[in-house]
Design a binder for this molecule. Structure first.
Ligand code: RP5
Length: 155
């Protein structure tokens, strides 16, 4: 992610990966404040055994695209909700990649972070039958949690 301030959003991706028992790491790698760190991270990721990258950033959110420019690993971009434009700026910055450098862009905020974790896990599960089973269980648990009818809850 681009900043410590992105962690309250991006921790949801980490949480899903933890629930699915997918080894992962969380790093602050800013495209504009720590550009050398970003280049180093993106260029070395594949050699370190990283299989997918989830890049979350807000505002002028160039991090996912810059990372995607330096690796052929799948890169999933999470637009973090910004203060001034509610994340629309982040979304448009991440989603509008020119042809040839793909970033799989998710929804703004928590939903995007959760789904980025699930999507990354789905990619890894193509080569991992046990992970595929855990993913199916995770999804089934959400299905089972949906009540048939609504109930009255205290306001
Ligand atoms: C982006 O700028 C980060 O991804 C963050 O979403 C946004 C604001 O960063 P801070 O000023 O909170 O560090 O680079």
């Amino acid at each position: 992610m681009g900043s410590q301030s992105d962690w309250p959003t991006m921790r949801h991706a980490a949480e899903v990966l933890r629930e699915l028992e997918v080894p992962h790491e969380a790093r602050i790698v800013s495209a504009h404040r720590t550009p050398d760190r970003m280049v180093d991270y993106a260029k070395r990721a594949a050699d370190r055994g990283v299989q997918a990258i989830i890049a979350g950033a807000g505002g002028a959110a160039h991090l996912p695209g810059m990372v995607a420019a330096m690796t052929v690993l799948p890169v999933f971009g999470v637009p973090v909700q910004s203060r001034s434009l509610s994340g629309l700026d982040s979304l448009l910055s991440i989603v509008q990649m020119p042809a040839g450098v793909p970033v799989g862009t998710l929804a703004i905020g928590r939903a995007g972070a959760v789904n980025a974790g699930l999507l990354a896990a789905s990619v890894l599960a193509l080569q991992d039958a046990e992970l595929q089973r855990r993913l199916a269980e995770w999804r089934q648990a959400r299905t089972d949690a949906v009540a048939d009818a609504p109930m009255d809850l205290p306001d």
